[in-house]
Design a protein around this ligand. Sequence first.
Ligand SMILES: [Zn+2]
Length: 111
Amino acid sequence: MAICDFCNDECVGTRYPAEAVKAAAASGFRPTGAIASGNAVAQRLGLSDFNMADQWVAQVMADSSDWALCPSCADSLEAHLASNPIPARAPRPPLPPVAPRRRRWRLFGPR
Ligand SMILES: [Zn+2]
């Protein structure tokens, strides 16, 4: 038993390489179930400007490990890849800017 990386369902997973999922995300694929549930959680937490689709794409682009998908998520990914074949070099959408890490000042300087 594995947990689907898209919808968190328990399932017998099909593994997809990170490159395939990145290419699908770059050509517009979004796992609608995962995004709807992510947005629902954000709404419950009062995060009105949270955009699960953007978060999901950023996560896909940053992740280089395989994805395990349940049959229904694998089907939707396959359907997307069938109409959007993976190009030799997938164009990368721009990543969201990373907030600069705030430097922690030590009160008495480095030891
Ligand atoms: Zn799934």
